[in-house]
Design a protein around this ligand. Sequence first.
Ligand SMILES: [Zn+2]
Length: 78
Amino acid sequence: MQKRIVSKRNVSEIEKIICNQCGEEIPMISGRPAAGVCSIRQVWGYGSDKDGEVHEIDLCEKCYDEWTAGFAVRVFDL
Ligand SMILES: [Zn+2]
């Protein structure tokens, strides 16, 4: 989950990122995550039971590794 603020220059900036799985805050330094984070934005479309819904997920690297370790197909090339 990303919490945004509007800066003095009227620009939307990420204030903080919270891992949706464990609830830990991923620190921000100069507007960038200070640690690994996986951000997913899914717009569900026609044919889905969630048609029209927008889901946003942020995971810290530890939770990402635990989640993807259960996948049947590897998520990266060696
Ligand atoms: Zn986490």
